[in-house]
Ligand binder design. Sequence first.
Ligand SMILES: *Cc1c(COP(=O)(O)O)cnc(C)c1O
Length: 342
Amino acid sequence: MEVRNLFRENIRNLAPYSTARDEYQGELGIYLDANENPYENGYNRYPDPHQRELKRRLSEVKGIDPSRIFIGNGSDEAIDLIYRVFCEPRIHNVVSIAPSYGMYSVAAATNDVEFRPVQLNENFELSAADILSAADENTRAVFLCSPNNPSGNLLDAGQVREILDRFPGIVVVDEAYIDFADSPGLLPLLNDYPRLIVLQTLSKAWGMAGLRLGLAFADPEIVATMSQVKYPYNINGITQRIVLDQLADPQKVSEEVAEIDRERERLLPALEALPLIRKVFPTDANFVLVRVDDPRGVYNTLINEGVIVRDRSRIKGCEGCLRITIGTPAENRKLMEILKEL
Ligand SMILES: *Cc1c(COP(=O)(O)O)cnc(C)c1O
C-alpha cells in the first residue's frame, strides 16, 4: 500500500499550524513577531521548530538525508505519534513482539488502539510467520525491537526482511541499543522500504537520557506528516544546543561504548560461572538478562547493598529473570562481589 493511504483520514487532511518562526528564516534581525521578552538571557527566544541545524548535523553523523529524520522528545514521542498518525482508534490494531519495550502497549492503550502481542520463542527469537498470521486487514503497524529490550538479542535480519516484504503496513524497528551491537542496523534499508520506520535515541549509548531526544528515520512523507502532528516546539532550545555540542565530539561516545562492550564481554562469563545463575541470555545491548531461582530474593539483596537492577520476572517469557545494565568497571565489580556472596 502507498504510504499516503496508510495515514488516518483526518491526518491526511490536516492544514499545518504555522509558527511565527516558520515565516522568516534569517538569523539576524529585530524580532517583533512572536511576543517574546526582547531581553536576551540565552533562552528568551522560541527554538527552531524544525531543528534544522540539529538535523543537518545528525544527517552527517548518520549518513541519512535530513528529510528522512524526525526528532522527538524521546523515542516515546515518536512511538505515540506513530499511533496518532496511522491508527484509527477502535478500528485499527498493531502487532508487536513480546516480551518487549512497554511503551508500545502503553501508547496503544492511551490511543485506544488494539494491541496484539506475539510471543517470541524461549530464546527470544522472531518468527515472521507468527507476526504475519497475527495481522489482519486492520493491522496498521508492526512494532519490532532489535536489539530487543528486555532480552538483549538482535532479531534475525532475514525474518525482519520477510515481514517488510510481506506485511503491507508500517514496520517499526526500534534500534535504541544498536550502537552496542555488531551490526549496521536497518538504516541502509530505508531507501528500499518506504513503509519502514527505524527508531533510535540519544538516551542510551549517546549518554543524553536527561535531554530527551529520540529519532525516527523514515520516508520523507512520513517524517513530514509526523512533524505536522507534533507540538511545534517539541525540542527545547537548550536541548538543541547541548546536543549539537555533544555531537561535535562523537569520538568520546565511541570510546565509552567500546569500554561498555569490553565490560559486557568480561561480565557475561563471570555471571555464567556463578552457581546462583541458571542462565545468561546472549546480548547485543548494554544490559543482560539472567535467570535465577529466586529473582525477588536476589533483587532485594542487591537493593540492600545499594545496587538496583530491573526485576522482569513477572513478564511472560522472562520468568525468574533480572535485567542488569552494564555499568562502569567499578560498578560491575561491586555487583559481582555481592552476587558471589549469595
Ligand atoms: C530506553 C529505550 C528507548 C528510549 O526511549 P527515549 O524516550 O528515547 O529515552 C526506546 N526504546 C527502547 C526499546 C528502549 O529500551
